[in-house]
Design a protein around this ligand. Structure first.
Ligand code: TXA
Ligand code: MG
Length: 356
């Protein structure tokens, strides 16, 4: 199949909408990452998403809508908390997992669960595309399964060229990491995936009557691995090289990574470091990527996936990454980094390792 990449102007968006209505898949930009969309009501169309991505079909997909009317045709909105969160954060990077209306979308979208993940993106191209098609649009990130999510049209092309008919190019995604996923069922609010909307923002919007159940660190990993959020049991975002996170006081981390890269380099490996800008110049490696300021995790969020792709392009065998505080948007950054590293995290104590 020939894949065309088109500037997301009005004509291209209308053509993309026609493809969606005819049961085809289309890649399009959102404010988080690029999505690979299909008509959520059609099993044939949704099956094409799984085929193009090479993704197992027991992993449920997020349904994207352009307005509340569409959202009400897909899910049950009986819980006042769900309405409150949608009113506060939509359009935007929040996915609400709500009870699904029977028959509203294909079982392939929900993976047979009685809930559905719903999101109204804020990117104008995404909103125009969904509105023009008039259908709820199921869309996971537009990468091959196991690869970092795409934040530019060229990333989608790298992964899906020849496998889908059209990529709408809307430039770089502003946020760079996927939406926050929150389950709101029976008056309970569970964080299933940290993302662009922080836990602080969610708790503030929900008010004192609700408590956001957040299991951080290992607990979050376990909660995610449970069947409640089936997507997380698969390997995600993995670069081809082996990635290890090194956590701890900055100087200890620098010395450790410095010694490891030198040793691995001497042994003939191609080595890489993912660092924050306050220590990037410290490292000597085949590729050092700075993900911006440690104090501004929105910069790391925006650069992370592209950085992981760069390590692949440069055929890096071993990668060490610094960490940032696991709070605010940093929680989403760390969550993705831990997944990319297959949960290999080294913790340095204050005392630096002895130089060899
Ligand atoms: O920002 C985003 O959310 C992007 C853009 C394209 O909108 N989409 C995205 O989709 O990241 P995907 O398929 O890569 O991730 C969907 C996540 C998975 O972790 C999945 O398990 C969870 O949402 N999810 C979807 N429906 C669910 C449901 N009914 N119950 C629990 N988790 C669900
Ligand atoms: Mg994904």
């Amino acid at each position: 199949m020939e894949t065309s990449v088109r500037q997301a102007d009005r004509e291209a968006i209308e053509d993309a909408a026609r493809l969606l209505v005819s049961g085809e898949v289309v890649a399009f930009p959102t404010e988080t990452v690029y999505g690979l969309g299909a008509d959520a009501r059609s099993a044939t169309a949704v099956a094409r998403i799984y085929a193009a991505k090479g993704r197992p079909s027991d992993n449920p997909l997020i349904v994207h809508v352009a307005d509340m009317e569409q959202a009400e045709q897909v899910a049950q909105w009986t819980d006042p908390l769900a309405r409150r969160l949608a009113a506060r954060f939509w359009p935007g990077p929040l996915t609400l997992v709500l009870p699904v209306l029977p028959g509203a979308v294909s079982d392939l979208v929900t993976a047979g669960l009685d809930t559905v993940g719903l999101r109204m993106p804020s990117h104008s191209v995404a909103l125009q595309l969904i509105a023009a098609s008039g259908v709820p649009v199921a869309a996971p990130s537009a990468n091959r399964s196991g690869r970092p999510s795409p934040t530019q049209a060229s990333h989608v092309e790298q992964d899906l060229d020849g496998r889908i008919p059209l990529i709408l190019d809307g430039g770089s995604c502003g946020m760079g990491l996927e939406s926050t996923v929150v389950r709101v069922v029976d008056g309970q609010m569970h964080l299933l995936r940290p993302g662009g909307i922080t836990t602080g923002q969610l708790q503030e919007a929900a008010g004192p009557d609700y408590r956001l159940v957040v299991a951080d660190g290992e607990e979050l990993h376990q909660a995610e691995a449970a069947p409640r959020s089936p997507g997380v049991k698969y390997t995600h975002y993995a670069p081809k090289g082996e990635l290890v996170l090194v956590d701890g006081p900055r100087v200890a981390v620098q010395q450790w990574i410095g010694a490891e890269t030198a040793q691995a380099s001497a042994a003939g490996w191609r080595v890489g470091v993912l660092a924050f800008e306050d220590s990037a110049s410290f490292y000597k490696a085949d590729l050092v990527v700075s993900c911006g300021s440690r104090q501004h995790p929105e910069q790391a969020a925006q650069r992370l996936y592209e950085a992981l792709r760069q390590f692949d392009e440069q055929h890096i065998d071993k990668i060490w990454a610094e960490t940032c505080p696991d709070e605010g948007l940093g929680m989403a950054v760390m969550n993705r980094l831990r997944k990319a590293a297959g949960h290999r995290v080294l913790r340095m104590s204050a005392a630096p390792p002895r130089p060899q």
